[in-house]
Design a protein around this ligand. Structure first.
Ligand code: PMP
Length: 458
């Protein structure tokens, strides 16, 4: 088969065209990123953008951070790659120790991979093998939530509950089961307290476990703060404590996917710290490497680890680039920097300022249904009708219009929606680097306000 040149060749026009098609971007050619410094990216035409979403909640330290680059250079000078069949490296060991020291109680082991989907795949396989190791091979079901995103590889896509992303791959996806997400803006009933809503959702999970057979379920997987599919939607109080106890009641493992919301993004290193629970497995990526290198990780509990150590002695998995020394060196420095108390305090402070600014600028806007989030992880849901919460017609691609208008104003925001199961409004995600300053937050508010005004008018 002859592949089209556009698919293969890095020639500017071909590659840009392919990128446009693959990512369904609207509005002509994508600009080329030429340089990045701090919270800014400059394109080849010399236009500057505030990286208001850190790409897709990735660039937690902004661009060109001198300490991260120095750590990478130093590693490159020593050794760029060594296969894990033969070696470990000091940077990988140090990173693992650092992560364990920062992790919620009970997560004592780390498995380093190359990204978010890979982390989710590994966590799902670890969970399955755990039950094989402890003599419960009949456990075969995963339960996840509708309107969630866990990655684009087959297992992770199967776990994700985004109907649009799954649709054409449905026949080849491993079977998974879904329950409702915790989405108070749309699903908490009039007069229902957050506690009663949380209890209703926990009951739904319990009913699903019983329907599938309590001793046949492997794990429940959820994002503590939902990123790409809902736009920074956190749980109501009590939700995760109830979910944890339902899982415990039936011996079901709890996997939390913190690929997007973890690594300080919500103001604490792990988002689940704010829920007061510890999962059995947690996945991280994005902010772990801060965009300097592709990296992800699974943190696992002693209980899961011991099943391997005392059982077959081998987690039957592995990719060529696990524990990559360059990625580990970058992440080790990134994690050292983002875990400083002053850095996390800035995430919380700037996050409050962003929420307050957005509330003031857009709170009364006829087409802004909800503004939500935690830390520097904020979502704005756009609706056609604020009273009834009716979304815009997906064909209008309101989220993409906002992205385009924002870029015209020198702001990057992460757009999603309009296609998510037909009932959720378009939304944009704001997730700027943690080094952001107050006046830059105010600029984001001004620019996104202008972009939304212009998009809904057009
Ligand atoms: N899980 C979540 C919660 C994510 O947000 C993402 C990426 N948006 C993934 C998994 C997949 O990560 P990656 O794109 O690095 O494979």
């Amino acid at each position: 088969m002859r592949l089209r040149a556009a698919a293969l060749c890095p020639r500017q026009s071909g590659n840009a065209e392919m990128t446009r098609i693959l990512h369904r971007s609207i509005g002509g050619r994508l600009p080329q990123a030429a340089a990045g410094q701090g919270i800014f990216i400059t394109d080849n035409d010399g236009r500057s953008y505030i990286d208001g979403s850190g790409g897709a909640a990735v660039s937690c330290l902004g661009h060109g951070h001198p300490e991260v680059m120095a750590a990478m250079r130093a590693q490159m000078d020593r050794i760029a790659y060594a296969h894990t069949s033969f070696f470990t490296t000091d940077v990988a060991e140090e990173l693992a120790e650092r992560l364990v020291a920062l992790a919620p109680e009970g997560l004592d082991y780390v498995y380093l991979v190359s990204g978010g989907s890979e982390a989710v795949e590994a966590a799902m396989k670890m969970a399955r093998q755990y039950f094989v190791e402890i003599g419960q091979p009949q456990r075969r079901h995963f339960i996840a939530r509708r309107q969630s995103y866990h990655g684009n590889t087959l297992g992770a896509l199967a776990a994700g509950g985004n109907a649009w992303r799954r649709a054409q791959f449905q026949p080849i996806l491993p079977e998974t089961h879904h329950v409702s997400p915790c989405y108070a803006y749309r699903d908490q009933r009039d007069g229902e307290t957050p506690e009663a809503y949380a209890a209703r959702l926990a009951d739904e999970l319990e009913a699903k476990i019983l329907e599938l057979g309590a001793d046949e379920v492997i794990a429940f997987i959820a994002e503590p703060v939902v990123g790409a599919t809902l736009g920074a939607v956190g749980p109501v109080a009590d939700y995760f404590t109830r979910i944890r106890s339902i899982c415990d009641k039936y011996g079901v493992l709890l996997i939390l996917d913190e690929v997007m919301c973890g690594m300080g993004r919500t103001g604490t290193m792990f988002a689940c710290e704010q829920e007061g629970i510890s999962p059995d497995l947690v996945t991280i990526a994005k902010g772990l490497g801060g965009g300097y290198q592709p990296i992800g990780a699974v943190l696992l509990s002693d209980k899961v680890y011991r099943s391997f150590a005392e059982g077959s002695g081998l987690f039957q998995h592995g990719h060529t680039y696990i524990c990559h020394p360059m990625a580990a060196a970058a992440a080790n420095k990134v994690v050292e920097l983002i875990s400083q108390p002053e850095m996390l305090a800035n995430v919380r402070m700037m996050g409050e300022r962003l929420q307050a600014g957005l509330d003031a600028r857009l709170g009364q806007h006829a087409h802004v249904g909800d503004i939500r989030g935690r830390g520097l992880f904020r979502g704005i849901e756009i609706v056609a009708d604020k009273e009834t919460k009716t979304p815009f017609d997906p064909a209008l691609k309101m989220h993409a219009r906002i992205k385009k208008e924002a870029m015209a104003r020198g702001l990057l925001c992460y757009p999603m929606g309009g296609t998510i199961d037909g009932r959720i409004g378009d939304h944009v995600l704001l997730a700027p680097p943690y080094i952001i300053r107050p006046e830059e937050i105010d600029q984001i508010v001004e620019r996104i306000g202008g972009a939304i005004d212009a998009a809904v008018r057009s």
